[in-house]
Design a protein around this ligand. Sequence first.
Ligand SMILES: [Mg+2]
Length: 231
Amino acid sequence: MQTTVKAVLFDIGSTLIEGPAISPSKKISALLVGDYSLKKEIAATIMTTNIKTVEELEVILNKKHGNSRDISSELKTIWKEQENSSEVKDGTMELWKKCRKLGLKTGLISNIWFPYYSSFVKVCPEIDQGVDVKLLSFERGFQKPDVRMFTQAVEELKLKPEEIVIVGDTYDCDIAPAIEAGIKTIWFLHRHENEKEALLSLEKGTAKKPDFTQETLRDITSLFENSFSTI
Ligand SMILES: [Mg+2]
Protein backbone atom coordinates (compact mmCIF):
# COMPACT_ATOMS: atom_id res chain seq x y z
CA MET A 1 0.00 0.00 0.00
CA GLN A 2 1.53 3.29 -1.07
CA THR A 3 1.29 6.59 0.76
CA THR A 4 0.45 9.57 -1.42
CA VAL A 5 2.34 12.79 -0.78
CA LYS A 6 2.88 16.00 -2.72
CA ALA A 7 5.47 17.77 -0.58
CA VAL A 8 8.33 17.04 1.78
CA LEU A 9 9.60 19.24 4.62
CA PHE A 10 13.16 18.80 5.84
CA ASP A 11 14.51 19.62 9.26
CA ILE A 12 18.07 20.99 8.83
CA GLY A 13 20.28 20.33 11.89
CA SER A 14 21.24 16.67 12.39
CA THR A 15 18.94 15.78 9.49
CA LEU A 16 20.59 17.29 6.37
CA ILE A 17 23.78 18.57 8.01
CA GLU A 18 25.84 17.97 11.11
CA GLY A 19 27.48 20.73 13.19
CA PRO A 20 29.68 21.09 16.27
CA ALA A 21 29.00 18.62 19.09
CA ILE A 22 28.33 21.39 21.61
CA SER A 23 25.42 23.66 20.74
CA PRO A 24 25.89 27.45 20.58
CA SER A 25 23.29 27.94 23.33
CA LYS A 26 25.38 25.77 25.68
CA LYS A 27 28.55 27.67 24.76
CA ILE A 28 26.91 31.05 25.26
CA SER A 29 25.38 29.92 28.55
CA ALA A 30 28.83 28.81 29.73
CA LEU A 31 30.21 32.21 28.72
CA LEU A 32 27.55 34.08 30.66
CA VAL A 33 27.16 32.00 33.83
CA GLY A 34 29.94 29.40 33.76
CA ASP A 35 27.65 26.42 33.17
CA TYR A 36 24.83 25.21 30.86
CA SER A 37 21.95 26.30 33.13
CA LEU A 38 20.82 29.11 30.77
CA LYS A 39 20.90 26.81 27.73
CA LYS A 40 17.13 26.75 27.15
CA GLU A 41 16.61 30.50 27.56
CA ILE A 42 19.58 31.29 25.32
CA ALA A 43 18.35 28.84 22.67
CA ALA A 44 14.89 30.47 22.74
CA THR A 45 16.50 33.90 22.31
CA ILE A 46 18.94 33.11 19.52
CA MET A 47 16.65 30.80 17.55
CA THR A 48 13.68 33.20 17.48
CA THR A 49 15.37 36.58 16.99
CA ASN A 50 16.48 37.89 13.62
CA ILE A 51 20.07 38.65 14.65
CA LYS A 52 22.37 39.15 11.65
CA THR A 53 25.62 40.30 13.30
CA VAL A 54 27.62 39.30 16.37
CA GLU A 55 27.39 42.91 17.61
CA GLU A 56 23.58 42.73 17.65
CA LEU A 57 23.85 39.39 19.42
CA GLU A 58 25.91 40.91 22.21
CA VAL A 59 23.42 43.76 22.73
CA ILE A 60 20.48 41.35 22.88
CA LEU A 61 22.23 38.95 25.25
CA ASN A 62 23.17 41.81 27.59
CA LYS A 63 19.62 43.12 27.57
CA LYS A 64 17.90 39.75 28.04
CA HIS A 65 20.28 37.83 30.21
CA GLY A 66 22.41 40.51 31.85
CA ASN A 67 26.16 40.38 31.72
CA SER A 68 28.88 42.35 33.38
CA ARG A 69 32.06 41.30 31.59
CA ASP A 70 33.25 41.79 28.05
CA ILE A 71 32.50 38.63 26.07
CA SER A 72 32.70 40.08 22.56
CA SER A 73 35.82 38.23 21.41
CA GLU A 74 34.51 34.88 22.70
CA LEU A 75 31.13 35.52 21.07
CA LYS A 76 32.91 36.26 17.80
CA THR A 77 34.67 32.89 18.00
CA ILE A 78 31.35 31.07 18.52
CA TRP A 79 29.69 33.03 15.68
CA LYS A 80 32.56 32.30 13.26
CA GLU A 81 32.59 28.63 14.16
CA GLN A 82 28.84 28.45 13.52
CA GLU A 83 29.25 30.11 10.12
CA ASN A 84 31.72 27.46 9.01
CA SER A 85 30.73 24.31 10.83
CA SER A 86 28.23 22.47 8.65
CA GLU A 87 28.98 19.12 7.14
CA VAL A 88 26.57 17.56 4.71
CA LYS A 89 25.36 14.22 6.02
CA ASP A 90 25.84 11.02 4.05
CA GLY A 91 22.87 10.63 1.74
CA THR A 92 21.53 14.19 1.91
CA MET A 93 22.00 15.02 -1.78
CA GLU A 94 20.66 11.64 -2.94
CA LEU A 95 17.51 12.16 -0.86
CA TRP A 96 17.10 15.71 -2.17
CA LYS A 97 17.52 14.59 -5.78
CA LYS A 98 15.07 11.73 -5.33
CA CYS A 99 12.41 14.06 -3.93
CA ARG A 100 12.94 16.50 -6.82
CA LYS A 101 12.80 13.69 -9.35
CA LEU A 102 9.49 12.57 -7.91
CA GLY A 103 8.18 16.08 -8.51
CA LEU A 104 7.53 16.80 -4.85
CA LYS A 105 7.27 20.34 -3.54
CA THR A 106 9.92 20.90 -0.90
CA GLY A 107 10.51 22.98 2.21
CA LEU A 108 12.85 23.61 5.12
CA ILE A 109 11.46 23.63 8.67
CA SER A 110 14.14 24.40 11.21
CA ASN A 111 14.97 25.79 14.63
CA ILE A 112 18.06 27.64 13.55
CA TRP A 113 19.90 30.92 14.01
CA PHE A 114 21.49 33.06 11.33
CA PRO A 115 25.20 32.04 11.47
CA TYR A 116 24.40 28.32 11.38
CA TYR A 117 21.86 28.85 8.61
CA SER A 118 24.63 30.67 6.68
CA SER A 119 26.84 27.62 6.99
CA PHE A 120 24.01 25.41 5.71
CA VAL A 121 23.63 27.69 2.68
CA LYS A 122 27.37 27.34 1.98
CA VAL A 123 27.31 23.54 1.90
CA CYS A 124 23.81 22.97 0.45
CA PRO A 125 23.20 25.92 -1.90
CA GLU A 126 21.18 23.74 -4.30
CA ILE A 127 18.72 22.78 -1.55
CA ASP A 128 18.50 26.28 -0.12
CA GLN A 129 17.71 27.79 -3.53
CA GLY A 130 15.52 24.92 -4.67
CA VAL A 131 12.94 24.71 -1.88
CA ASP A 132 9.44 26.14 -2.25
CA VAL A 133 9.02 27.27 1.37
CA LYS A 134 11.32 28.08 4.29
CA LEU A 135 10.16 27.97 7.85
CA LEU A 136 13.22 29.25 9.72
CA SER A 137 12.70 30.01 13.40
CA PHE A 138 14.91 33.12 13.46
CA GLU A 139 12.79 34.66 10.68
CA ARG A 140 9.42 33.52 12.05
CA GLY A 141 9.94 34.55 15.68
CA PHE A 142 8.88 31.16 17.05
CA GLN A 143 10.29 27.66 16.93
CA LYS A 144 9.29 23.99 16.80
CA PRO A 145 7.44 22.38 18.54
CA ASP A 146 5.22 25.48 18.15
CA VAL A 147 2.53 24.10 15.86
CA ARG A 148 2.47 27.41 13.92
CA MET A 149 5.68 26.29 12.19
CA PHE A 150 3.65 23.44 10.73
CA THR A 151 0.34 25.19 10.07
CA GLN A 152 2.18 27.99 8.23
CA ALA A 153 4.07 25.41 6.16
CA VAL A 154 0.75 23.80 5.17
CA GLU A 155 -0.71 27.18 4.24
CA GLU A 156 2.31 28.27 2.20
CA LEU A 157 2.56 24.96 0.34
CA LYS A 158 -1.15 25.32 -0.49
CA LEU A 159 -1.73 21.63 0.22
CA LYS A 160 -3.65 19.54 2.70
CA PRO A 161 -1.63 18.48 5.77
CA GLU A 162 -1.94 14.82 4.85
CA GLU A 163 -0.32 15.54 1.46
CA ILE A 164 2.88 16.62 3.23
CA VAL A 165 5.56 14.53 4.92
CA ILE A 166 8.30 15.74 7.26
CA VAL A 167 11.77 14.24 7.65
CA GLY A 168 13.29 15.10 11.03
CA ASP A 169 15.55 13.65 13.71
CA THR A 170 13.96 14.98 16.92
CA TYR A 171 10.72 13.37 18.07
CA ASP A 172 9.59 16.26 20.28
CA CYS A 173 10.29 19.03 17.75
CA ASP A 174 9.74 17.38 14.39
CA ILE A 175 7.44 14.42 14.82
CA ALA A 176 4.99 15.15 17.68
CA PRO A 177 3.86 18.62 16.43
CA ALA A 178 3.69 17.36 12.81
CA ILE A 179 1.33 14.55 13.89
CA GLU A 180 -0.68 17.22 15.75
CA ALA A 181 -0.93 19.24 12.52
CA GLY A 182 -1.97 16.16 10.49
CA ILE A 183 1.30 15.98 8.55
CA LYS A 184 2.85 12.60 7.73
CA THR A 185 6.09 11.78 9.50
CA ILE A 186 9.43 10.11 8.84
CA TRP A 187 11.53 9.97 11.98
CA PHE A 188 15.24 9.91 11.10
CA LEU A 189 16.27 8.10 14.26
CA HIS A 190 20.06 8.21 14.39
CA ARG A 191 20.76 9.84 17.74
CA HIS A 192 19.26 7.22 20.05
CA GLU A 193 20.84 8.72 23.17
CA ASN A 194 19.07 12.07 22.55
CA GLU A 195 15.76 10.34 21.90
CA LYS A 196 15.66 8.06 24.94
CA GLU A 197 12.61 9.70 26.50
CA ALA A 198 10.64 9.69 23.27
CA LEU A 199 11.53 6.04 22.68
CA LEU A 200 10.34 5.20 26.18
CA SER A 201 7.06 7.10 25.71
CA LEU A 202 6.48 5.28 22.43
CA GLU A 203 7.15 1.96 24.11
CA LYS A 204 4.67 2.81 26.86
CA GLY A 205 2.14 3.95 24.29
CA THR A 206 1.93 7.49 25.69
CA ALA A 207 3.30 9.09 22.51
CA LYS A 208 1.93 8.76 18.99
CA LYS A 209 3.86 6.61 16.53
CA PRO A 210 5.51 8.21 13.49
CA ASP A 211 4.35 6.86 10.11
CA PHE A 212 7.90 5.68 9.39
CA THR A 213 11.14 5.38 11.36
CA GLN A 214 14.48 4.97 9.58
CA GLU A 215 18.07 5.08 10.78
CA THR A 216 19.84 6.28 7.61
CA LEU A 217 19.12 8.82 4.89
CA ARG A 218 19.70 6.07 2.35
CA ASP A 219 16.78 4.13 3.86
CA ILE A 220 14.65 7.27 3.73
CA THR A 221 15.51 7.70 0.05
CA SER A 222 14.42 4.08 -0.55
CA LEU A 223 11.22 4.80 1.28
CA PHE A 224 10.45 7.60 -1.19
CA GLU A 225 11.35 5.27 -4.03
CA ASN A 226 9.17 2.39 -2.84
CA SER A 227 6.51 3.43 -0.39
CA PHE A 228 5.38 6.82 -1.60
CA SER A 229 3.30 7.67 -4.57
CA THR A 230 3.17 11.27 -5.75
CA ILE A 231 -0.03 11.06 -7.75
MG1 LIG B 1 17.26 18.36 13.90
